[in-house]
Design a protein around this ligand. Structure first.
Ligand code: SF4
Length: 273
C-alpha cells in the first residue's frame, strides 16, 4: 500500500516508510503516538539517522515499530531485542542503538537481559511501551499487569507487578524516566536526552491498549484512557542524591474501578558513565 506522506503534514516523511503499511495497530492505540515521539526525539539529536542510528524491537504489537521507520530497524525474536542490540553495539560502537519494545517482551522472557544490560552499561537507549498486557496474543497478564486488573489469564486477581523504574534504578541504569503516551509534547525532548546519555538510558512509557486491556478494564474509549493518564500523572521531585527513589514513591497505582490513580512521572536519574 502506497501512502502519500506529504498529505499528512507531520514532516516525518523521510523517517517513516510505507513499505510495511497498512500497520497492524488498532484504532486508538498509543503506539502511533509513541512512534512519532521516538522519531521526533531522534530527529532532535541532529544525528544522521540513516548512518548513525539502529532501532531494534522484539515480538508483540510494539515489535512491529522497527519495520515502520526508514532508518535501519531489526524486528527480532521474542525477548531478545537487548541481546541483538548488544551485538550491534559491540560490532559497531559508533552506532546509536535504540531498543523499542513492549512490557511483555522486555520484562518477562527478556527480563534477565534488561537487568544485565543495565548492569553492564553498554551504551544504548531502551524504551518500554508499557501497556500492562500481552496485546498481540490476546490479552494475557504481563509482568506489569496490576494486582486487580483483568486479563484473560487473571480473571480476578494478579500478583503484584514490576515497578520498572525501581527495577531500572536498582539494576544501575544511567538515565531512568517515566512518562505516558499522553505526554507527547515533552516526550521527544526526554527521548533526545535518553539517546544522548552515555550508558544505559531507560524510559518506562506507560501506554494505552484500548482494544484489549482497556476493554476488559472498564475504559469506554481510547481517549478516556489518555485522559486518565494525564489526571493520574504526578511529577516527582528528584533530590540530588536520589536516595528516596528506591521506594514506593515511584510505584504506579491502579484501581479496578477508577483506572490509574497515580503515575509518578519524571526523570529519576541522570548520569553519564
Ligand atoms: S492490541 Fe492493544 S497494544 Fe496491540 S495494537 Fe491493539 S490497542 Fe495497540
Amino acid at each position: 500500500m502506497e501512502i502519500d506522506f506529504s498529505k499528512l503534514g507531520h514532516n516525518l516523511e523521510d523517517k517513516l516508510t510505507s513499505k510495511m503499511l497498512p500497520h497492524i495497530w488498532c484504532s486508538g492505540c498509543s503506539l502511533g503516538t509513541n512512534l512519532q515521539s521516538l522519531v521526533r526525539g531522534a530527529v532532535m539529536t541532529g544525528m544522521d539517522m540513516d548512518k548513525e542510528m539502529v532501532m531494534i524491537s522484539g515480538i508483540g504489537c510494539t515489535g512491529r515499530a522497527s519495520g515502520y521507520v526508514e532508518f535501519d530497524g531489526f524486528h527480532t525474536t521474542h525477548g531478545r531485542a537487548i541481546p541483538f542490540a548488544s551485538g550491534v553495539k559491540t560490532g559497531n560502537p559508533n552506532l546509536e542503538v535504540i531498543v523499542f519494545s513492549g512490557d511483555g517482551d522486555l520484562f518477562s522472557i527478556g527480563g534477565n537481559h534488561f537487568i544485565h544490560a543495565a548492569r553492564r552499561k553498554l551504551d544504548m537507549t531502551i524504551i518500554c511501551t508499557n501497556n500492562s498486557v500481552y496485546g498481540l496474543t490476546g490479552g494475557q497478564a504481563s509482568p506489569t499487569t496490576f494486582e486487580y486488573s483483568t486479563t484473560t489469564t487473571t480473571i480476578d486477581h494478579n500478583l503484584r507487578p514490576f515497578n520498572l523504574v525501581d527495577l531500572a534504578l536498582g539494576a544501575g541504569a544511567d538515565f531512568v524516566a517515566r512518562y505516558t503516551s499522553a505526554h507527547f509534547k515533552i516526550l521527544p525532548r526526554i527521548i533526545k536526552q535518553a539517546i544522548e546519555t552515555d550508558g544505559v538510558a531507560f524510559i518506562d512509557l506507560i501506554s494505552g491498549c484500548p482494544a484489549i486491556y482497556g476493554k476488559r478494564n472498564g475504559y469506554p474509549t481510547a481517549d478516556y484512557m489518555v485522559k486518565n493518564f494525564l489526571e493520574a500523572s504526578v511529577e516527582i521531585e528528584v533530590k540530588e542524591d536520589g536516595s528516596h527513589l528506591l521506594s514506593e514513591n515511584t510505584r504506579v497505582e491502579f484501581d479496578r474501578t477508577k483506572g490509574y490513580t497515580k503515575i509518578p512521572i519524571g526523570v529519576f536519574r541522570r548520569q553519564h558513565r
